[in-house]
Design a protein around this ligand. Structure first.
Ligand code: NAG
Ligand code: NAG
Length: 139
């Protein structure tokens, strides 16, 4: 590794520290795909797996109503694409969700069979201080 690579690496490490510790992160759900019908059923799960969601972070669901929406439910409803204990329906996009407390959040699109097609997302939110929850495996 030469000097340039080393300093680049350092810079990245410092940036990571700064974004991880001091400022809230914006997570654009699904990255370039946005909030859409995914190419396969594990797409959003894979997207979420590589990230840490902390209190004070924001989630941006990029979609246009009424093509999609965002419903928040509990785990049981999430697993079966049901709405027996619906927590909230966000019908207009783009939507910004703000996390104020640690805990698990379960979202899916309640339009048609989009949930069944994999447009669903589990977000484990960890507390900011001493967040060791780098890979919470509670899927
Ligand atoms: C799902 O689609 C994404 C994006 O096209 C791809 O990167 C990923 O490997 C796919 N996963 C499976 C299980 O096919
Ligand atoms: C989250 O906060 C932003 C401002 O930072 C606000 O525009 C947005 O409506 C909030 N989201 C919800 C769901 O309240």
């Amino acid at each position: 590794m030469n000097k340039f690579q080393l300093s680049l690496l350092l810079l990245v490490a410092i940036c990571n520290l700064m974004t991880g510790r001091t400022s809230a992160m914006y997570h654009i759900v699904g990255a370039k795909l946005g909030w859409n019908i995914p190419p396969n059923k594990t797409y959003y799960q894979d997207w979420a797996k590589s990230r840490v969601f902390s209190v004070e972070d924001k989630l941006l669901f990029a979609f246009r109503s009424p093509l999609h929406n965002v419903v928040e439910v509990g785990k049981d409803d999430f697993d079966e694409c049901k709405q027996e204990n619906l927590i909230y329906t966000y019908s207009s996009g783009p939507l910004i969700v703000n996390f104020t407390m640690p805990g698990d959040h379960y979202y899916y699109s309640g339009v048609g069979i989009q949930c069944e097609l994999g447009q669903k997302l589990h977000v484990p939110v960890v507390s900011r201080k001493g967040s060791s929850g780098r890979n919470s495996k509670t899927l």
